[in-house]
Design a protein around this ligand. Structure first.
Ligand SMILES: [Zn+2]
Length: 206
């Protein structure tokens, strides 16, 4: 680590956080995070974050139900993004949505580069059995379980509330399908076979 940091902390999962006057550097030390370094430049503007918890607002006119993944390391979200997530969830009304998370406590979202400031999040793929359990769509069994119709409705809802693009993973619904397919508004990116990643947030709410 370059000299000059004013603070050195361990922030969970063995991650090291170095605070400089103009930047914050997070470094991984364990498993596949080992040696990974992410630098976040301080803008002077503090991005507000709120802590996410699982919600269950059934019984009211507008059901908003979702679970936050139990071992999530990105428990924080920007208030505007949270408003838009709630809008999205209320819009589809599904009861089996599992949020993987948005950003870490210090805004870093490590090891990802795009989870900073709590405006981009990950969601498990929606399953036909509606259990909200983990789903990997990069194999036949998993892809067969993917509820494409509901998933794309949810993508439409995300778009309505300000996330126009996503990262996902190419999949085959049947073994003999020649060309793999992608969910709408998605680009293929490695590592996204078990979650949908929201991108390019511009909040849309009243
Ligand atoms: Zn992500």
């Amino acid at each position: 680590m370059p000299a000059g940091f004013t603070k050195e902390e361990t922030i969970g999962k063995g991650r090291k956080k170095y605070t400089y006057t103009d930047k914050v550097v997070v470094k991984g030390t364990k498993g596949d995070e080992k040696g990974k370094i992410r630098k976040n430049i301080k803008t002077g503007k503090k991005s507000p974050l709120i802590k996410i918890g699982s919600k269950d607002y059934t019984g009211q006119k507008l059901p908003i139900q979702f679970k936050l993944m139990a071992n999530s390391t990105r428990l924080y979200i920007h208030p505007n993004a949270f408003a838009c997530v709630l809008g999205t969830i209320a819009n589809v009304g599904y009861k089996d949505i599992t949020m993987v998370g948005f950003t870490g406590k210090d805004n870093h979202g490590f090891p990802s580069k795009t989870h900073v400031n709590g405006v981009h999040g990950d969601f498990r793929y929606l399953r036909k059995d509606k259990t909200g359990a983990s789903l990997h769509i990069n194999n036949d069994e998993g892809a067969k379980e993917l509820d494409v119709t509901r998933q794309e409705k949810m993508i439409d809802a995300f778009v309505k509330f300000g996330w126009p693009k996503f990262y996902s993973y190419k999949f085959k619904l049947t073994k003999d399908q020649k060309e793999k397919q992608l969910l709408k508004k998605c680009d293929h990116l490695g590592g996204h076979h078990h979650h949908l990643h929201t991108r390019r947030f511009k909040p849309k709410f009243k």
